[in-house]
Design a binder for this molecule. Sequence first.
Ligand SMILES: C[S@@+](CC[C@H](N)C(=O)[O-])C[C@H]1O[C@@H](n2cnc3c(N)ncnc32)[C@H](O)[C@@H]1O
Length: 277
Amino acid sequence: MKISELISKGLEYLGKERFLEVIVLLEKVSCLKKEKILSSYDLELLPSIENKFFKLVEKRNKNYPLQYILGKTEFWSREFKIRKGVFIPRPETELIVEKIVDFAKGKSLTIADIGTGCGNIVISLALELPESKFFATDISSLAIEVAKENARIHGVENRITFLKGNLFEPFKKLSLKKSFDIICSNPPYIPKEDMDSIPEEVSRFEPKRALFSGRDGLKFTKKFVKLAPLYLKENGRIYIEIGDGKEKEVLSLLKGWSIKEVYKDLSQKPRVLMGEL
Ligand SMILES: C[S@@+](CC[C@H](N)C(=O)[O-])C[C@H]1O[C@@H](n2cnc3c(N)ncnc32)[C@H](O)[C@@H]1O
């Protein structure tokens, strides 16, 4: 089949608004660059490539996330490997990186990322803050494996210690109490009862442990805020991403902290909270 015919068939299945996705899927199966595909509509592709293309279109049609199909995603303008079983980074999480970089630029700090996923936050920070050192934990061994791979690809594997475990548990074992200037997290924060109201693409294919956190979505966040002071140095800071409408509840958890700030995301929703001890 010609490229033009494959594109038409792909659009028939997925809908005209997904033109770019169709091109990206063709790129994946043919190993041709986007520009070549768009300028060679009459080129005939091999039947084996056609088959692979239709398999991917079918997967995508069932809402299987594009990032899992491609095995990669973008965060903070860099490419990260991603695999099914590991949370797909979202653009709004770049706000945590932005705020920490603003504060930490030029300083030599010790920074931890709890629930690191594919390592997108901690690796972006390590690349922006060359004088600092980093630790990251995740309860998922697959996430830690992918994060280590991403750290290698970005050349920061020697500056980040990745540890598998529940919240701060791995730090306890390494006697890392009162060791950190900053601890950040983009935690699971969707209330379990919202499971049916979020897009199927998310609820069906992304790891539940990365999405949901108790009935109110705050189970992880409450533990994080309670335990972080044990691991922070004097005047240490936390940066934590919050779910929609959770600003007041999370701020109330920070009662007694000396400084609190709320940062809004691009759609003007409170998205990241900073607390200083
Ligand atoms: C919303 S994802 C965030 C991933 C990544 N930091 C990001 O911003 O894209 C939450 C992550 O927390 C991890 N996680 C969930 N519960 C945890 C726990 N109790 N201890 C450590 N990590 C946990 C999940 O495996 C998942 O990777």
